[in-house]
Design a protein around this ligand. Structure first.
Ligand code: GDP
Ligand code: ZN
Length: 461
């Protein structure tokens, strides 16, 4: 494939120590050579690949030195895009890096569209679609664990698994072909029946397994949607502040999220908590008062985790009991706060109301019990079957949707075999499953879908 040469600033916006302008394409090296001056007048076209060079960038329009730079040269195909890649490292000021970009654009590079580098890696066969999407997740990963999930996917674990399943289906379809071609042999038919069932059930169980990881994968990717509830004055704001202070708040840069509910991210032992409606807690002290009963019910219902705060030094009220009722059946951690004050609460009743949910006591004033609370969050999240570091998680909603569809069509195939429907009908379901799995890794994907996917990427990636 042939593409023009693209360029973009590939470090995040803002003031950093260094910034990188990346060039990719057939002309990457010749464009860089027009503007790069190294000691001893060496040129990039003559130096070995995968080397880094000190020098200056000159602006050909004035002939003057523009920047002091380090230039990395990477010849295709052993590069991210499989094309020739040049990375110009310069001092991070926004004007400096923009000047560098402008210079290479003047010399014939085209400004890259968002995600275009990754798109090229995909189109040049360097990575498949699920890996390309993982690159995007990686950019947005909020904790190390979320990063690991994305990294596993970049390495192609999900792709390999999907390929294995597709291979199983192909082999099964081959058996079916034999049956269709030689229907007069009874034993072939019986074998086909058995093989079909076994293989289909295997494929289904693997799809099931992947789907079971989806919930956790999604949480690692998007954060565990968490709502703090409790009567006025029990310590909700104090809890929020404690969580934010203890744990580095996570900066989020997901573009285009216009939400009317304010969110804050914190990393609790690798679990990203998305604290929902923190403005409500901080400003009006009362989520219900601020956004109304209906809305707050909706916020509660959509939460993955409820932190229900009670006052140790006050009697349980009807309002407390109502809160328990409102969050019944959800994942709740009950926090009895203000243990530094004299006890007034009926702990026996609290335990009764908490049922099987985790219960921790805290004095946020004296910074007691916060560790236990964090422990409770982490164990709640990692108590499921999944949680191993090297687990292949599915976290991308497009993948989840496709897996669900594939699950339905493989179930149709299994039901068909079991109820003895004609084998060519089963064949259709199997083929459909094969196609749906293929879409996950980008085989048989429609062109416009590809464009849409890559346009979500950050510029310069
Ligand atoms: P909210 O209305 O639920 O958000 O409660 P706040 O976090 O604003 O706290 C209400 C009051 O209780 C504030 O004066 C806090 O300093 C105080 N407070 C919070 N946690 C504790 C605690 O553990 N012990 C004591 N003694 N006071 C606390
Ligand atoms: Zn408050």
């Amino acid at each position: 494939m042939e593409f023009d040469t693209i360029a973009a600033i590939s470090t995040p916006p803002g003031e950093g120590a260094i910034a990188i302008v990346r060039l990719s394409g057939d002309e990457a090296i010749s464009i860089a050579d027009k503007v790069f001056r190294a000691p001893g007048s060496k040129t990039l076209s003559t130096v070995p690949s995968h080397t880094i060079h000190y020098g200056h960038l000159i602006d050909p329009s004035t002939g003057r030195t523009a920047e002091e730079v380090m230039v990395s040269l990477m010849k295709g195909p052993k590069t991210f895009t499989r094309e020739d890649v040049v990375e110009i490292n310069c001092h991070g000021g926004i004007t400096a890096v923009n000047r560098v970009l402008q210079i290479v654009l003047n010399e014939g590079a085209r400004l890259a569209e968002p995600g275009e580098f990754t798109k090229r890696a995909f189109l040049n066969g360097r990575i498949d679609l699920s890996q390309a999407e993982a690159v995007m997740d990686l950019i947005r990963a909020k904790t190390d664990k979320a990063m690991n999930v994305a990294l596993n996917q970049v390495e192609g674990r999900l792709s390999k698994l999907i390929q294995k399943l597709r291979q199983e289906i192909l082999e099964t379809l081959a058996h079916v072909e034999v049956n269709i071609d030689y229907p007069e042999y009874d034993d072939v038919e019986e074998m086909t029946h058995r093989v079909l069932l076994e293989k289909s059930q295997f494929v289904q169980s693997e799809i099931d397994r992947l789907l079971r990881t989806a919930e956790q994968g999604k949480i690692l990717r998007e954060g565990l949607s968490t709502v703090i509830v409790g009567r006025p004055n029990v310590g909700k704001s104090s809890l929020l502040n404690a969580l934010v202070q203890e744990n580095k708040a996570i900066v989020t840069d997901i573009p285009g999220t216009t939400r009317d509910v304010i969110e804050e991210y914190v990393n609790v032992r690798g679990v990203p908590l998305r604290l929902v409606d923190t403005a409500g807690i901080r400003e009006t002290e009362d989520i219900v008062e601020r956004i109304g009963v209906e809305r707050s019910r909706k916020v509660l219902k959509e939460a993955d985790l409820i932190l229900l705060v009670l006052n140790y030094s006050d009697e349980l009220s009807q309002e407390d009991e109502n809160l328990f009722e409102a969050v019944d059946g959800m994942d709740v951690i009950v926090i009895v706060n203000k243990t530094d004050l004299p006890p007034k609460i009926n702990m026996e009743r609290v335990r009764e109301l908490a049922k099987d949910n985790r219960l921790v006591t805290t004095s946020l004033l004296e910074e007691q019990g916060i560790d236990e609370l964090e422990e409770a969050v982490a164990s709640l999240f990692f108590s499921g079957a999944v949680g191993a570091q090297d687990m292949t998680y599915v976290s991308n909603s497009r993948h989840i949707a496709l897996l669900n569809q594939a699950n339905r069509s493989i179930t149709d195939a299994i039901n068909g075999v079991e109820s003895g429907v004609p084998i060519d009908i089963v064949q259709i379901d199997l083929t459909r499953t094969w196609e749906l799995l293929g879409e996950i890794i980008g085989e048989s994907v429609h062109e416009s879908l590809i464009d849409q996917l890559f346009s979500q990427f950050c510029l310069g990636k």
